[in-house]
Design a protein around this ligand. Structure first.
Ligand SMILES: Nc1ncnc2c1ncn2[C@@H]1O[C@H](COP(=O)(O)OP(=O)(O)O)[C@@H](O)[C@H]1O
Ligand SMILES: [Mg+2]
Length: 134
């Protein structure tokens, strides 16, 4: 199982979420539906490691990652609002995260070019994100 969430309870200020359990296999899409403020974002942020749950466990590929810090989980999160640095080019925005992991500019450049090709955006790498459409 790629992701397993077991009896996850989260408390943040006034907010309480109790005993959420679900599993996601490789290639699955899981859709969480609920009214505004019901805790959808908080569940994702807890899986990513931004919050420590009050109870429950999170497993990735069978490994318990509940206690791991976000940078050790290898999980990415894409928010509905664009979380981009407006003063940096598209290239620099992508490079920012890679530089935390890779210490070789040549390798970073090759990785960005690879990702850009997959996303069909090589022509946008030098643009500012403020000049792009959604
Ligand atoms: N860091 C936080 N501390 C305390 N309360 C929070 C925090 N983040 C979100 N909340 C509250 O938790 C509830 C769930 O938020 P959220 O997960 O963003 O809802 P959703 O994504 O389902 O709209 C909301 O009432 C929100 O105000
Ligand atoms: Mg939300």
């Amino acid at each position: 199982m790629l992701l397993k969430v077991e009896n996850l309870s989260i408390e943040l200020g006034e907010f309480k979420l109790e005993k959420a359990s679900f599993e996601v296999d490789k290639g699955d899409y899981l859709i969480i539906i609920g009214p505004t403020g019901s805790g959808k974002t908080i569940i994702l942020e807890t899986i990513a490691g931004f919050y420590q749950p009050k109870q429950g466990r999170i497993y990735m590929n069978g490994k318990d990652i509940t206690g791991l810090p976000p940078e050790k989980r290898g999980i990415s999160m894409v928010y509905q609002d664009y979380v981009l640095f407006p003063h940096m080019s598209v290239y620099e925005n992508i490079a920012f995260g890679l530089r935390k992991k890779i210490n070789d500019e040549g390798m970073i450049k090759r990785e960005i070019e690879r990702i850009a090709k997959v996303l069909k955006i090589p022509h946008l790498l030098n643009r500012s994100p403020t000049t792009l459409s959604g």
